[in-house]
Design a protein around this ligand. Sequence first.
Ligand SMILES: [Zn+2]
Length: 442
Amino acid sequence: MCVYDAVQGWNTLPYMGLGEFYCEYGNFDYYVTVPADMIVAGSGDLQNGVQVLTTTQKKRLEQARTSDSTVFIINENEIGTAATRPSQTGMHTWHFKMNNSRDVSWSASKAFIWDAARINFPSGRKGISMAVYPVESKGYNAYGRATQYLKQSVEFYSTNYYEYPWNSAVVVAGVALGMEYPGIVFCSYKIGQASLWHDVTHEIGHNWFPMIVGSNERKYMWMDEGMNTFINSYASNWFNQGEYGDTTNREIAQMSRSFRLSKDPLMTPPESMGLNEYGQYYFKTADALIILRNSVIGPQRFDYAFKTYIDRWAMKHPQPEDFFRTMNDAAGEDLNWFWKEWFYENWKFDQSVKSVKYVDNNPAAGAFITIENLQEMALPVIVKVTEQNGTTQIIKLPVDVWRRDSDWTFKYNSISPLTSVVLDPNGELPDINRKNNTWEGK
Ligand SMILES: [Zn+2]
């Protein structure tokens, strides 16, 4: 099966591993027939609980649907016992439906612990979050919290970006480190705590990119991995008042730095990207969006534009240019210079303080500060000026100062001699050489 879109026509590129899938939307109505002693977890809504669940399990599921804390459907002592199955012999057919989805997946085991809790959507609708995992993964420090990680991730992304359009989300403890499908995600059964949180929130985050916003992962890996990593950082900072967060944005900046010197730009397709460099799809993209949001257009305009992109392209197939155009349009600014330097080029960034000269050699008359852009990438300027009299001031210059030339002089109204001029004092920007960011007065 392949997608027919308005840009490529039929998308017949073969799948080659790293670049994942480009899928069309459709309604899935599927049946999984397994030996009677197995439990099936699948994408979408289970249609025939009456046939495949016990009375106790149905009662516990109803309880989970009204509970914000996690409820066991099968606890560890019940695994494999006759009481967990309506019958022990022959086969059972599990019937699921999921509408307007790119794909479905499922998992079956005799060894599942199964727990669940309610999801509260912003519209008032309710859903269900579930985890299935073997006894090896049980407990508070492992999958005992997986249903909560999943529930709260779905609630966060639904509130802040776009309401999850389906009713059910499942995390399965499995052998893969992490793999995403609509309505069901697979995480490593060996991990717990922060690693499990980050894994669950990343894999379910893919339900927004590319499963709601249906970009072409096969060609543009940054559009799903990068936008997902970007929203994951806010979810992590928020979750349980920062239990696993507040380091995420810094970590993204750090990871991004290691990929910033890659020889290939982000628009490079996955089969041509260096195998040590594909991490940039995740981290350089997320870093670019964080910098655009915090240091270029500001959170208010960015968040409005980013949500507009999701709204306009939900359940459709945006190309990279559709993202760039929507952001330009909704932010009300031509940001093509930014898209070019971050996505189409592998340019580097280095601002420096070139010189400080006082007006008429008199610090009380003001100072001319000259800054320089030493690489191809241009970004706004954040300057911290400190005077001998103890005054400090932060000055922000728009990226437009670099329109004509690679140096720029501006007047600072000093009263006393300057003791220091520091560019990007909080380390927001991806400067490759911070040594030339500081000028110190004698
Ligand atoms: Zn991913």
